[in-house]
Design a protein around this ligand. Structure first.
Ligand SMILES: Cc1cc2nc3c(=O)[nH]c(=O)nc-3n(C[C@H](O)[C@H](O)[C@H](O)COP(=O)(O)OP(=O)(O)OC[C@H]3O[C@@H](n4cnc5c(N)ncnc54)[C@H](O)[C@@H]3O)c2cc1C
Length: 430
């Protein structure tokens, strides 16, 4: 019974909020650093308590004890009583003993990104005897980790949160011996004979036989006046689950008409007074799964504004209003708003790979059959055989999941590609 009990306890622990969290973050609600730190802790499933400078009675007392002023925020106080002033997420990760550096200089397989594709490859690689390392710049789970509820992943009939999926996959990968370092960003790749070398953001270099690029995608930036200054201070990209509580009894705006926007609207509707979806198309049904469209239609406090775009945002220290335009009537309106969550289109995380592997015009990585033109492999391809399915234009560098040209952008297909990649990696090593 122990494995079953362990599993139940681990599930409970994720949703359990102790009356006094061990780790405390002191800052203003509208501070972009507070958002960054909160998001990092939440996505890495570290329980913390945010003390809002404007609302918490404890703050002044704590700052006085630490001999700090309100100008020195954010402050992060750790369970042992030590604290850091305006720390980077890497400093926090080191303090709470996340694994931030690799144990070895050389691995059979290094995987960049620990979303569903990377984690699946980690599980299969490590379970099949490959010395495996995953490098993650934010938190395991990737985009899926930001989802409030995934309802179409096989084997979970009532759905599961992205955080839960990530936690289970991390446990599984680590149980097989895979190492996961986070937060570390891969910034460069070098090919040295039969070895592949990855440089990380801390300057360290790691070598491997095979590299798997599972670095996924992130949301397009909304290019409208005023938005840069307010990002993190009322304007957020993706569904920041950690922000939902702060929006209780407020009006929330969600931009986008895809599944991720739909999930977010349903999730925020549990906390917010009213959720408005701003959708460019004339119907939600174009890009969204039917089950989500139905759910939105049956949620009283969600309103959908179709044929509508956000054209400007305004606010001094944080978001105060947005301007929207209806493309059919050309009517423009400025509405009070404090929270805007953006889910529009995606772009691949591949700018750091330019000149290394071939990509399509949007930057998605080309693999296998997509590299063959008129029966010929890419120009610099050095081998007699054609690239394996999921192999890039460089032998021994593979790609899987959303970052790959032509992939299906779903959790199940990314998991499938991560698992498949390991089979081709064995053939390459053979
Ligand atoms: C809010 C939301 C809800 C969704 N809901 C569903 C759903 O219900 N069902 C469904 O099937 N699909 C859903 N999707 C889509 C699904 O999550 C993605 O298709 C899937 O996560 C893709 O997995 P991936 O591993 O290829 O990439 P990602 O999930 O994008 O993971 C890539 C990882 O790589 C990391 N990374 C990138 N560059 C670097 C670098 N240079 N160094 C280190 N790390 C790096 C990123 O930080 C990220 O963690 C949803 C997506 C979102 C955003």
């Amino acid at each position: 019974m122990y494995p079953a009990l362990d599993d139940l306890l681990a599930d409970w622990l994720v949703s359990y909020h102790p009356p006094v969290a061990e780790l405390r973050v002191i800052d203003h609600r509208w501070s972009p650093r507070r958002h960054e730190i909160g998001d990092f802790l939440a996505r890495n499933q570290v329980p913390y308590q945010w003390l809002d400078v404007e609302k918490s009675k404890e703050v002044n007392h704590l700052l006085e004890q630490l001999n700090l002023s309100h100008e020195k925020l954010p402050v992060v106080i750790f369970p042992d009583g030590s604290y850091l002033v305006n720390p980077t997420v890497l400093q926090i990760a080191e303090k709470i003993h996340l694994k931030t550096h690799a144990d070895k200089p050389f691995y059979d397989l290094i995987i960049i990104g620990s979303g569903p594709a990377g984690l699946a490859a980690g599980v299969y690689g490590a379970s099949e005897g490959l010395c495996t390392l995953l490098v993650e710049q934010e938190a395991p789970g990737g985009q899926a980790g930001t989802s409030s509820r995934i309802e179409n992943y096989l084997g979970f009939p009532t759905g599961l949160s992205g955080g839960e999926l990530a936690r289970r996959a991390v446990t599984q990968a680590e149980r097989f011996g895979a190492e996961i370092v986070t937060p570390q960003k891969a910034v460069r790749v070098k090919v040295e004979d039969q070895y592949r070398c990855v440089e990380l953001s801390d300057g360290s270099e790691l070598y491997c036989h095979v590299l798997l690029l599972a670095c996924g995608v992130s949301y397009h930036r909304l290019e409208v006046p005023g938005i840069d200054a307010l990002t993190g201070a009322g304007v957020y990209y993706g569904s920041s689950i950690a922000e939902a509580m702060s929006c209780s009894n407020e009006d929330v705006y969600v931009v986008g008409g895809g599944n991720s926007a739909g999930q977010a609207a349903i999730y925020f509707a549990k906390y917010a007074l009213h959720v408005t979806m701003v959708v460019r198309d004339d119907s939600l049904a174009k890009d969204m799964s039917k089950y989500l469209v139905d759910r939105i239609e049956h949620t009283d406090n969600i309103e959908v504004k179709t044929c509508t775009r956000v054209v400007a945002v305004q606010g001094k220290h944080h978001l105060e209003s947005i301007t929207i335009v209806n493309d059919k009537t050309h009517e423009e309106k400025t509405l009070p708003a404090t929270s805007l969550f953006i889910f529009i289109g995606t772009e691949p995380h591949t700018s750091w790979l330019k000149g290394v592997v071939e990509g399509d015009e949007k930057g998605f990585i080309l693999t296998g059959p997509d590299l063959i033109h008129e029966g010929q492999p890419p120009k610099r391809w050095p081998l007699d055989r054609e690239p394996f399915f999921l192999e890039t234009s460089v032998p021994g560098i593979f790609a899987a999941g959303d970052v790959r040209h032509g992939s299906i952008k779903r959790v199940a297909s990314s998991v499938g590609e991560g698992a498949m990649a390991v089979q081709f990696i064995h053939r390459y090593l053979g």
